[in-house]
Design a binder for this molecule. Structure first.
Ligand SMILES: C[S@@+](CC[C@H](N)C(=O)[O-])C[C@H]1O[C@@H](n2cnc3c(N)ncnc32)[C@H](O)[C@@H]1O
Length: 383
């Protein structure tokens, strides 16, 4: 069993896990995590921030009882650690506990370990959960490190030990270190590109087509996964950017070179075979402030026309049962989203929506509070 801590939008991470394994092997833990019966490779997961070894589930969420329990448990566990100073971190998910209580618990743990002859440094919490940088820089996943996770699961609490944490430096390098970026077309975070590839079920060796490739983030992550990559875009400049970015990737990560061409996705005939289609379509013009509803309707109508034509065009070029993951725009309104009309006609266009056991269609919207244009992830198959 592995415990996976889900990212900022846990439902998207859960759908990713369902795609990679199967819903039968997954058990959601509260709102933040999932237990998975099987193997997971953290490097390929965009929506999971940590993997952990589950220790035990306790029948309480009361911090007083939990802290007393871990005071007994932890010194016993670390007694078997190799010689040297141990680094300890505490991260809680969903429990009603403040940083002061965590600090006090850390001090008690330090004392308890010292009286067992082990010297311990506790990483201070400025938030209930340590961030990935703290886990990495304090080496909490090494032999002399220990991050104890406490995760609320209804009226119970899971305890687990972190075994892997996402490599934030590697993501930053893949995002900001590549030669070409373009704020105007909007840049897909590499983590989201990974999640989309997993939602599409991408496997090493398959051809991944991105017909709106822009600067090439999807192709980049697909190449790192070991897929063959095929990108097209209506803009010559974007194809040049993708070429340069993917040449940089090949140089730094020894990935295969992509096939790239300038093409209008609404009428192009792509070369076969196509394994999966993963793309972030045209999202409409970038918006700095919230436009009037009529303006949003106008932009949405334009996107609707382009994306519908694209879906019609590519449908006849895909075998039946092919899976696609497509990010399309949705616009944030007060407490909801303005969606493209084509979502109501996917069946007529020849596609079925993939259903997830623990995640609804409405959960598959990637956004930040301050963003006007959100990305709605459509996971579909050809009929
Ligand atoms: C949101 S951007 C994609 C950004 C991309 N994910 C990246 O990593 O940079 C959408 C892209 O669609 C392209 N585009 C717009 N209309 C198109 C069409 N009809 N056919 C193909 N590409 C199109 C734009 O040039 C732009 O690069």
């Amino acid at each position: 069993m592995i415990l996976a801590i889900l990212g900022r939008q846990p439902k998207i991470g859960l759908a990713e896990l369902e795609s990679l394994t199967s819903s039968a092997t997954i058990k959601p833990i509260g709102d933040f995590a999932a237990l998975v019966d099987g193997e997971l490779d953290g490097q390929r997961l965009g929506g999971v921030t940590r993997l952990a070894a589950p220790l035990q589930e306790l029948p309480t969420t009361d911090w007083h009882k939990l802290s007393r329990h871990i005071l007994q448990l932890l010194p016993k566990i670390i007694a078997d650690f190799p010689d040297g100073k141990i680094k300890l971190g505490l991260s809680v998910f969903g429990l009603n506990v403040g940083e002061r209580q965590l600090f006090a618990c850390g001090l008690d743990l330090k004392k308890a370990c010292r009286s067992n002859g082990r010297s311990v440094r506790v990483v201070p919490n400025s938030t209930p959960e340590l961030n990935s940088a703290q886990v990495i820089h304090n080496q909490l996943t090494t032999d002399l490190g220990f991050e104890l996770l406490l995760i609320k699961n209804g009226g119970k609490t899971w305890l687990a030990r972190t075994t892997w944490v996402q490599d934030i430096d590697a993501y930053a390098e893949r995002d900001f270190g590549r030669p070409k970026r373009d704020a105007f077309v909007g840049m897909l975070p590499p983590k989201l590109a990974q999640t989309m590839l997993n939602l599409a079920g991408a496997q090493p060796g398959e051809v991944i087509l991105d017909p709106f490739c822009g600067t090439g983030v999807v192709l980049q992550e697909a190449a790192l996964l070991g897929c063959k990559t095929y990108g097209s875009d209506i803009s010559e400049k974007m194809i040049e950017y993708s070429k340069e970015n993917l040449a940089w990737l090949t140089e730094n990560y020894s990935t295969q070179q992509p096939l790239l061409e300038v093409a209008d996705a609404t009428n192009h005939i792509w070369k076969t075979p196509i394994g999966r289609v993963v793309c972030e379509t045209y999202l409409g013009q970038p918006l700095s402030g919230l436009p009037k509803p009529e303006k949003i309707r106008e932009i949405a109508q334009n996107c609707d026309i382009i994306i519908t034509k694209f879906l019609k065009n590519i449908y006849c070029q895909l075998q039946s049962g092919k899976r696609l993951c497509i990010a399309v725009p949705a616009w944030q309104k007060e407490n909801s989203f303005y969606h493209l009309k084509l979502l109501d006609h996917l069946e007529d266009l020849g596609y079925n929506r993939v259903r997830f056991q623990y995640v609804s269609d409405a959960d598959l919207i990637y956004y930040r509070k301050d963003q006007i244009v959100a990305r709605q992830l459509l996971v579909i198959t050809t009929k």
